[in-house]
Ligand binder design. Structure first.
Ligand code: NAD
Ligand code: TYD
Length: 356
């Protein structure tokens, strides 16, 4: 079906993967990308598709209501896929302000604009969808057993997850109060190309390639449930096309790993692919246990039964396949990593704007 999709945060990790894969998979979709270009937004992630006539980039803040309203009046937006957020737990602990502003107020700004536009007299249309991209972290922390289902009570424990829980509640309230056609996905930890090297997997890959220390928080036994980013993008597309409005869908790949296991695997893969460290030592030698994150959630694990039963979605990649593709990508794209690390990816914006 033809759609005009407003993607927010499309220059970030998951948003950029989503835009790239939807330009391939959905020839009838027009994609508008509204992104503020914070430190996490990188135009280079979309450089290869920037000239596609089905793609339009708009630099701006989702909190800027006048701008969001202008986008809804200039384009026939019938679908919102809302990725834009402050996304890193450690930053939410040291500096939570932007998390409340973007994740809570920004989501409100989009909901309110969609409500006024879509629910106005004579403007309702059958295919309208507001998909909010949420996280499993809203459910809190698990013990050694059990899984998060859509019925698990919310129990967010970091400023990041609390801000994402707030936005989920706001989104749901717009369904119950106004009948806005919303959908929510709550996904586990993603990994893959274009992930900013503040998150565990790209941070470890980058440090390990440079022979730097590999920081593991606490005892390294915290568990995350990893999903390859392409699988997440396909799940989002399935929810837009087939999801029941007003519903939440958990998304995950049954790939529970202890952090230390992941770090050791990355060390071994790099040793095998690029050789040992210059000192002749294996990369595992660089693993350094550091002070634990405040309030560090112990274990996340997703029961993705609902999206499988109702929408037929299952992940295509095992962890072994996904991590192999990820390591290959970071090895083949060292220039991307260098530009992020030395800050020159942000000069690319200036060049792009002055060239226009
Ligand atoms: P990211 O940090 O890589 O990218 C965020 C993007 O949003 C950036 O391009 C940034 O410039 C943009 N942005 C930030 N504030 C903005 C604002 N006020 N206005 C417009 N744009 C703004 O994040 P990500 O890892 O790609 O995550 C995307 C979404 O998916 C987030 O909502 C996150 O909570 C959710 N999520 C992420 C994961 C994960 O493992 N990364 C898992 C589940 C859910
Ligand atoms: P992260 O990638 O920040 O994602 P999230 O906190 O949203 O799950 O971290 C994944 C796990 O890895 C988490 O348990 C914290 C841990 N971690 C480290 O041990 N060392 C690091 O340098 C980072 C960034 C994370």
């Amino acid at each position: 079906m033809k759609r005009t999709v407003l993607v927010t945060g499309g220059c970030g990790f998951i948003g950029a993967n989503f835009i790239r894969s939807m330009l391939e998979a959905q020839p009838d979709w027009q994609l508008l990308n509204l992104d503020k270009l914070t430190y996490a937004g990188n135009l280079q992630n979309l450089a290869e598709v920037a000239a596609d006539p089905r793609y339009t980039f708009i630099q701006g803040d989702i909190c800027d209501r006048a701008l969001v309203e202008r986008i809804f009046s200039d384009y026939p937006v019938d679908t919102v896929v809302h990725f834009a957020a402050e996304s890193h737990v450690d930053r939410s602990i040291s500096d939570p302000d932007a998390f409340i502003q973007t994740n809570v107020f920004g989501t409100f700004s989009l909901l309110e604009t969609a409500r006024r536009s879509w629910l106005a007299e004579g403007r309702k249309a059958a295919g309208q969808r507001f998909l909010h991209v949420g996280t499993d972290e809203v459910y809190g922390s698990l013990g050694a057993t059990g899984f998060f289902s859509e019925e698990t009570p919310y129990d967010p424990r970091s400023p990041y997850s609390a801000s994402k829980a707030s936005s989920d509640h706001l989104v749901r309230s717009y369904f119950h109060t106004y009948g806005l056609p919303v959908l929510i996905t709550n996904c586990s930890n993603n990994y893959g190309p274009y992930q900013f090297p503040e998150k565990l997997i790209p941070l470890i890959l980058n440090n390990a390639l440079q022979g730097k220390a590999l920081p593991v928080y606490g005892d390294g036994a915290n568990v995350r449930d990893w999903l390859y980013v392409e699988d997440h993008c396909e799940a989002i597309a399935a929810v837009i096309e087939k999801g029941r409005v007003g519903q939440s869908y958990n998304v995950g790949g049954h790939n529970e790993k202890k952090n230390l296991e992941v770090v050791e695997l990355l060390c071994d893969m790099l040793d095998a692919k690029v050789g040992l460290l210059a000192s002749g030592e294996a990369r595992r030698k660089s693993i350094t246990f550091v002070t634990d994150r405040l309030g560090h959630d112990r274990r996340y694990a997703i029961d993705a039964g609902k999206i499988e039963r109702e929408l037929g979605w299952t992940p295509r990649y095992t962890f072994e396949q996904g991590i192999a593709k990820t390591v290959e990508w970071y090895l083949a794209n060292s220039a991307w990593m260098e530009a992020v690390m030395d800050g020159s990816y942000q000069q690319y914006y200036e060049k792009m704007y002055t060239n226009r």
